[in-house]
Write a protein that binds this ligand. Structure first.
Ligand code: ADP
Length: 409
C-alpha cells in the first residue's frame, strides 16, 4: 500500500470515529434532554435526591407546591430544607421521615405528610418515595408529591358531621335501651309472652344501632387523630371475660358456645383496656354473626419471644379466598355473607385495624370458606416498641444518619 493511500485510509477512519463519537454525544445529550423534559412534564410534584438525601432535581409542580426554585434547592440536604410533620401535625424526627426510611430500607414508602412551604404555610401531601437502584446499588430516591389539602378539608368536614350525628344519637339510644331493659325485667308490671318477645326484638335492634353509632364515632376519632390510647398494665383475661358476658345472650340465641384458653396469670398485657375491649367486641360479634347455630368460638392468648397474641377463632362460614385482600377496607363485605346476613356495614374490621395501629399492634387472620376463621391480635411486649423503623437495626439507622450528617457538614 502506498503512503498516500495509507494516509487516506487513516483520515477516513478518524472521520468515522469522530462522527460516531459526536453521534454518541448528541445521542447522550438528546437522551438527557428527553429525560429532563419528561421529568418536568410530570403532572405531580417530583423531587429526586442522591443516596444521602441531597436534592438533585425538582420539577416545576414541586417548585410551585413548596415555593422554592430549582436553583435555590439543588445540592441541599432535603431534610434540612423541608421540615416534615406527620398527619397529626407532630414534627417527624429524621430517622422516622419517609425519605430516611426509603433510603435505609430500600423500599417504596407511601404516606401522607405535611411539609413547610417557603412562605411558612403547611402543605398537606400524599407522598410516594421510590428508591432508585443502578446495578443493584442504591443511588438515590424519587419522591412523587400530590397536594391533598382540599381532599383533607372535605374529609374533615365529613368526619366532623359523623362525629356530631353519632354523639347526638347516643343519648336517646341509651334511654331506649334502659327503658326496654326495665320493661323486660318486669319493673313496670308483668308482660305477656308476645310482649316480652317484641321487647327482646327491640333490644337486639337497639344494641345493633348502638354498636353502629359507637363504630362511627370511633372511626371519626381515629381519622381525626383524636383517639389517645392510654397504655396501662392489665389482665387481658378480665377483658376477654367481660366481652363474652356482653355477647352471651346473642350467642345463646344461636346455641353458640364459648371457650377461653388463657395462661394462668390472666395474661398480663400493657395496653389500653377500653380500646382492647372495643377490638375484641368487634371480633367476637363478627364470629357470632358469621357462625351458624351450634358453632363454637374459642378465644386464646399466648406469648412468643417478642409479642403477646390473642386470637378469636370460630367455626363459621369463613372468608372466600378472593376477598382476603379487602377484608380490612372500609365498607367491604364478602359475597358469601351479603345474601344471608343483612346486618353489617363493613366498618368493624376497618375500625379494628385502625385501633390496633393506635395500640402499636397488628391484626391478621386465617380463614377457610365453610370451615371457619381465626383473627389474631398481636401486641408488642415493650410499650415503646411502636416505631415504624422497628424492623431495622438501630445500628443501620445510626450509620445512615451519620452519613447524612457528614454530607451536610
Ligand atoms: P360487617 O359489618 O359486614 O360485619 P366487618 O368490617 O366487621 O363488617 O367485616 C367485613 C367483612 O369481613 C364481613 O362482611 C364478612 O364478609 C367478613 N368477616 C369478618 N369477620 C368474619 C368472620 N368471623 N367469619 C366470616 N367472615 C367474616
Amino acid at each position: 500500500m502506498t503512503r498516500s493511500k495509507i494516509l487516506c485510509t487513516k483520515s477516513h477512519l478518524m472521520g468515522h470515529i469522530i462522527k460516531s463519537m459526536s453521534d454518541q454525544t448528541s445521542q447522550a445529550e438528546s437522551q438527557q434532554i428527553i429525560t429532563e423534559v419528561l421529568f418536568n412534564s410530570i403532572g405531580d410534584g417530583a423531587i429526586t435526591t442522591d443516596e444521602y438525601g441531597k436534592l438533585t432535581r425538582i420539577n416545576p409542580v414541586a417548585e410551585k407546591l413548596l415555593g422554592y426554585s430549582s436553583k435555590e434547592v439543588v445540592g441541599i440536604w432535603f431534610p434540612k430544607l423541608f421540615t416534615a410533620y406527620d398527619s397529626n401535625g407532630a414534627q417527624m424526627p429524621i430517622t422516622e421521615r419517609p425519605l430516611t426510611r426509603a433510603l435505609v430500607t430500600g423500599q417504596i414508602i407511601s404516606e401522607h405528610v405535611i411539609y413547610k412551604h417557603k412562605n411558612g404555610s403547611l402543605v398537606r401531601l400524599s407522598l410516594t418515595i421510590s428508591p432508585i437502584n443502578i446495578n443493584k446499588k442504591l443511588v438515590g430516591c424519587i419522591q412523587i408529591l400530590r397536594d391533598i389539602s382540599s381532599e383533607y378539608e372535605i374529609d374533615k368536614m365529613k368526619s366532623d358531621f359523623i362525629s356530631l350525628a353519632s354523639h347526638q344519637l347516643r343519648t336517646p339510644l341509651s334511654a331506649v335501651k334502659t327503658y326496654t331493659h326495665m320493661l323486660i325485667d318486669g319493673m313496670m308490671g308483668p308482660l305477656s309472652q308476645s310482649q316480652l318477645k317484641s321487647l327482646k326484638t327491640i333490644l337486639t335492634a337497639v344494641n345493633r344501632m348502638n354498636e353502629t353509632v359507637s363504630t362511627l364515632l370511633n372511626i371519626s376519632r381515629i381519622e381525626s387523630g383524636t383517639i389517645v390510647a392510654e397504655r396501662k398494665p392489665l389482665q387481658a383475661q378480665k377483658i376477654i371475660n367481660s366481652v363474652i358476658d356482653d355477647h352471651r345472650l346473642t350467642a345463646s340465641d344461636k346455641d353458640i358456645t364459648f371457650s377461653v384458653n388463657c395462661p394462668s396469670d390472666g395474661f398480663r398485657l400493657v395496653t389500653d383496656g377500653m380500646v382492647l375491649k372495643e377490638v375484641l367486641g368487634n371480633l367476637v360479634s363478627n364470629a357470632i354473626k358469621y357462625t351458624p347455630s351450634k358453632g363454637k368460638i374459642t378465644i386464646s392468648a399466648k406469648r412468643d419471644k417478642t409479642r403477646m397474641i390473642i386470637s378469636v377463632s370460630d367455626t363459621g362460614v369463613g372468608i372466600p379466598i378472593d376477598s382476603h385482600l379487602n377484608v380490612f377496607s372500609k365498607f367491604f363485605r364478602a359475597e358469601n355473607v351479603i345474601k344471608n346476613e343483612a346486618s353489617g356495614i363493613g366498618l368493624g374490621l376497618y375500625l379494628v385495624k385502625g385501633l390496633m395501629n393506635e395500640l402499636g399492634g397488628e391484626v391478621w387472620f386465617e380463614s377457610q370458606e365453610g370451615k371457619g376463621t381465626t383473627f389474631y391480635l398481636s401486641f408488642p411486649t415493650k410499650a415503646s416498641n411502636t416505631s415504624t423503623l422497628k424492623h431495622i437495626s438501630p445500628r443501620k439507622v445510626k450509620n445512615v444518619t451519620a452519613k447524612v450528617r457528614k454530607t451536610v457538614a
